[in-house]
Design a protein around this ligand. Structure first.
Ligand SMILES: *[C@@H]1O[C@H](CO)[C@@H](O)[C@H](O)[C@H]1NC(C)=O
Ligand SMILES: *[C@@H]1O[C@H](CO)[C@@H](O)[C@H](O)[C@H]1NC(C)=O
Ligand SMILES: *[C@@H]1O[C@H](CO)[C@@H](O)[C@H](O)[C@H]1NC(C)=O
Ligand SMILES: *[C@@H]1O[C@H](CO)[C@@H](O)[C@H](O)[C@H]1NC(C)=O
Ligand SMILES: *[C@@H]1O[C@H](CO)[C@@H](O)[C@H](O)[C@H]1NC(C)=O
Length: 413
């Protein structure tokens, strides 16, 4: 299966312009799409969506509007990443030949938008990099089991661009120390990881948007559990945690989990807790908090222990949609269930078989404004003084062949 949300940006058929008055409820926020708002209709089910709700930037919206392009909502997701993202012929886009490919350097360092071509025949306006709408006040969290994040960086980038999450809780990252987080996430996220280490499976991570103030507060020794603190206004805190229970693990694993969470709760008594992850516990009916009877996959104590822990620690599990096949495996426990506004399931990333869970909560983290950066105006530098300095102090470098020695000389001054 592939990441079909992608479609939002893909070009195949036709887009309708905005509907007239009322009675076009947005399929996401359920408020009407008014004629003065940017909205798109799904070409499959004809449901309208606010462009804003779907994270479509103004730029993409205009691109959609001015091309013969289909747009499908996530519910219809009737399309495939593999067959469309890379080879879709932009049929009626009459691009002329690229003038001079070789003079462009393919920039492989920045994370450019996936749908904006690296090379175009018309000049790209600078400053066009779309920053997802982080004006949203509440907290958006994505929870998913990646089943190896390594080869899904492109799909992950699309997921991030379209949903603009503040926090990503990931399990089964299958990462190891040789993989840098910067290879996986755009630089707008701070990534906290706990790789398994003993083999190249398992592993949990939490990625937090850099506009939020976050820091790691806990990484369990015994179990795949990591916790990050995010600042809320007035000194309040949100503790986000990511947990993975390997299918073969037994009672002691969940006991360690309970111990760790208990101690975290004691240290942060007033904090809001969000503990997400893959618990591999399909045998629980989350409406009644009973362990299902019948064809249970795991021993009863596994499910019981999870239910008991959540009840003892005052945590409520809020995901009720199926996350893998017919099972609810990916769970989200929270100390403040009334703050959860919306839980949605989105199609899986790449070939993973777990759906992506999107959760909007009425938690308003402190968001930093753009940070100021010091930029030197070399134009105004005193070049004469610089030349003089180099002449007087680095003359001997002329005779040194070893670059490390030269650097050492420079650094030691
Ligand atoms: C098409 O592009 C023009 C100019 O770029 C823009 O003003 C117009 O709103 C676009 N159309 C749609 C439907 O977005
Ligand atoms: C996805 O692509 C595959 C391979 O081209 C195709 O067989 C399948 O029908 C596509 N699925 C959908 C839902 O379009
Ligand atoms: C491309 O444009 C031609 C003529 O303008 C039209 O007949 C054809 O249907 C278009 N093809 C697509 C895929 O939109
Ligand atoms: C881009 O990738 C090429 C080859 O993969 C590499 O040689 C080059 O250093 C990279 N450029 C940058 C700026 O990292
Ligand atoms: C869970 O709680 C019930 C009721 O208090 C108790 O009977 C059961 O033994 C507990 N199970 C586990 C695994 O802790």
């Amino acid at each position: 299966m592939s990441y079909r949300l992608l479609l939002i940006l893909l070009m195949i058929g036709g887009i309708e312009t905005n509907p007239g008055p009322v009675k076009y409820p947005c399929g996401f926020c359920e408020k009407p799409c008014k004629s003065n708002q940017k909205a798109v209709a799904c070409d499959e089910c004809n449901q309208w969506f606010h462009a804003k709700c779907m994270g479509i930037s103004d730029e993409s919206y205009h691109q959609l509007g001015n091309s013969s392009t289909s747009w499908f909502c996530t519910n219809c997701n009737s399309c495939n990443h593999s067959t469309t993202l890379y080879d879709v012929p932009l049929s009626n886009n009459s691009f002329s030949l690229l003038s001079d490919c070789s003079s462009h350097s393919l920039d492989n360092t920045t994370s450019s938008s996936i749908w904006s071509p690296l090379l175009t025949s018309s000049p790209k306006t600078s400053n066009s990099r779309v920053i997802p709408n982080h004006q949203r006040k509440g907290l958006r969290t994505i929870i998913t089991n990646f089943q190896s994040i390594k080869n899904k960086a492109a799909e992950l980038e699309v997921l991030i661009e379209t949903t603009a999450p503040d926090v990503i809780i990931g399990t089964e990252t299958w990462t190891n120390k040789d993989i840098l987080s910067s290879e996986l996430f755009p630089d707008t996220y701070t990534v906290y990881r706990r790789d398994r280490g003993t083999d190249n499976y398992g592993g949990v991570l939490i990625a937090v948007h850099t506009s939020l103030t976050s820091s790691e507060i806990f990484s369990s020794k015994a179990v795949e559990l990591i916790a990050v603190k995010i600042d809320l206004p007035n000194g309040k805190q949100l503790i986000v945690s990511s947990f993975y229970r390997p299918p073969g693990s037994g009672e002691s694993y969940l006991d360690s989990f309970k111990e760790d969470i208990t101690s975290l709760k004691q240290q942060h008594k007033k904090a809001i807790f969000h503990i997400g992850g893959d618990f591999n516990a399909p045998d629980i009916d989350w409406k009644s908090h009973n362990v299902l009877s019948g064809n249970n996959i795991y021993p009863k104590y596994i499910s019981e222990s999870i239910v008991n822990t959540s009840e003892e620690l005052g945590l409520e599990q809020v995901i009720t949609c199926k996350t893998r096949g017919d099972n609810i495996l990916d769970l989200l426990f929270t100390s403040h269930p009334t703050l959860i506004e919306k839980i949605r399931s989105l199609p899986p990333i790449g070939k993973a078989d777990h759906d992506v869970i999107l959760c909007d909560a009425a938690v308003e983290p402190v968001r930093s404004k753009h940070q100021r950066r010091e930029i030197f105006l070399w134009k105004r530098a005193n070049m004469d003084a610089i030349r003089e300095e180099i002449k007087n102090n680095y003359k001997e470098c002329d005779n040194i062949r070893d670059i490390n020695l030269i650097w050492a000389k420079f650094k030691d001054r």
